[in-house]
Design a protein around this ligand. Structure first.
Ligand code: S3P
Length: 442
């Protein structure tokens, strides 16, 4: 199994870009498949998760031209009536977004499809999407009464739905909106707090009208999609690791170009600024309804804060990076209302407390999040290199590698191959920015 050895080796300086946004790439592939006409996707994320969606879309009879390294991917849309029964099980790998969004699409199809994934995905909760799709009229089965994958779905004629979700979830919201494209009545989804709205924005760009009021979105029935070009900005969830690295490694001054700045995704920047982080944002022109810009991050003295409530969905995937920042800050940080972390690729509450704990970070597990007792002085005074492992979670692997930049001595991170799911080229960027910091470990 692959691994990484990391040691402190000086500041992060210069400029980087990060690969395309994972959430937006999934949606571009799916909406492109359902549209009339060919969708060109520029800057797609060529990572394992998005490849899983691309393969599933192809298995549904859609032509996907996505050669490795190609700057533009092309999806030959089949329209809302053009998908075909897949000849085999659809394997979503590690990708919850692939499985949940595809479940929504398949609920509208008059054929049988089966979705499965790797061991981690087969442990993730699916009732949240299966139950409302059944209410809309689809037939869905999963292990343990519909709770876990594999899922079998036979769609058909669907009804509209008016639903209040118990947790903010872009994946569930998106699945229901996608199913709503085949429903006879409106689909109306209310969330406790606004989750990422890429599906809504991209549906708009493809000519579908949606009404939004606060945290409620409503899709009227009978609307077709028209292919539109998609320009995918850099993934702020990937940039997060370098943002935090530049804040905590003394002397750093790093520019990250072309990062997506959708306000439903920028909670990390707000939280880090609140903690005293020096982060300047230079907006750039929008691409297809998604704002983007350049970030300049300079090493800063951070102080603890409290993060809870509506902020959580705005930074849910960045909590690993944020936890490291908090570990290097002065004072205590409490992350609350984040029990969703327990059902991500791994239980991230347990994984962060356990693995960052091996490096000497003082991170307490709470039922709904974490309490982090900051070590101060950039963390370098307190973190010590150790052997740790990602537990198969890409974001755990990356945050542990970044922690190695501020931990005394050598840090060895085991099980780093999962980084490919979301951030191909992470290790190369680290090696380029901080020569001598990282090397492959057995
Ligand atoms: C995603 C939504 C979030 C996020 C995940 C990607 C998406 O999950 O954690 O990494 O692309 O819609 P939930 O919708 O389950 O909160």
């Amino acid at each position: 199994m692959a691994g990484l050895r990391v040691r402190p080796a000086g500041p992060l300086r210069g400029e980087i870009t990060v690969p395309g946004d994972k959430s937006i790439t999934h949606r571009a592939l799916l909406l492109g498949a359902l549209a009339d006409g060919t969708t060109e996707i520029a800057g797609a994320l060529d990572g394992e998760d998005c490849r899983a969606t691309a393969r599933a879309v192809a298995a549904l009879g859609v032509s996907v031209d996505a050669a490795p390294g190609a700057p533009v991917w092309r999806v030959g849309g089949r329209g809302l009536g053009g998908l075909a029964e897949p000849p085999d099980v659809l394997d979503c790998g590690n990708s919850g977004t692939s499985m949940r969004l595809l479940a929504g699409v398949l609920a509208g199809q008059p054929f049988l499809a089966i979705l499965t994934g790797d061991a981690s995905l087969r442990r993730r909760p699916m009732r949240r999407v299966v139950e409302p799709l059944i209410q809309m009229g689809a037939q869905c089965w999963g292990r343990q009464g519909g709770a876990y994958p594999p899922l079998a779905i036979r769609g058909g004629s669907l009804r509209g739905i008016d639903i209040t979700l118990p947790v903010a979830s872009a994946q569930v919201k998106s699945a229901l909106l996608l199913a709503g494209l085949w429903a006879g009545g409106p689909v109306c989804v209310t969330e406790p707090a606004l989750s990422r709205d890429h599906t809504e924005r991209m549906l708009g760009a493809f000519g579908v009208r949606l009404d939004r009021q606060g945290t409620t979105v409503r899709l009227a029935p009978g609307q077709a999609l028209r292919a539109a070009p998609v320009r995918v900005p850099g993934d702020i969830s990937s940039a997060a690791f370098f943002v935090v690295a530049a804040l905590v490694v003394p002397g750093s001054d790093l520019v990250i170009r072309g990062v997506g700045l959708n306000p439903t995704r920028t909670g990390l920047l707000d939280a880090l600024r609140e903690m005293g982080g020096d982060i300047a944002v230079a907006p750039r022109e929008e691409g297809g309804g998604e704002p983007m810009g350049d970030l300049r991050v300079r090493a800063s003295r951070l102080r603890g804060t409290r993060i809870a409530g509506a902020m959580i969905p705005r930074l849910i995937d960045e909590i690993p990076a944020l936890t490291l920042a908090a570990a290097c800050a002065e004072g205590t940080t409490r992350i609350a209302d984040a029990a969703e972390l327990r059902v991500k690729e791994v239980d991230r509450i347990a994984a962060l407390a356990g693995e960052l704990g091996r490096l000497g970070a003082r991170v307490d597990e709470e039922p709904d999040g974490l309490t982090i007792h900051g070590l101060g002085a950039g963390g370098a005074a307190g973190l010590t290199g150790a052997v740790c492992r990602s537990r198969g979670d890409h974001r755990m692997a990356m945050v542990l590698a970044v922690a190695g930049l501020v931990a005394r001595g050598e840090t060895v991170v085991h099980e780093t191959e999962c980084i490919e799911t979301s951030f191909p080229g992470f290790t190369e960027r680290l090696a380029h920015l901080v020569p001598g910091a990282g090397a492959a470990a057995p």
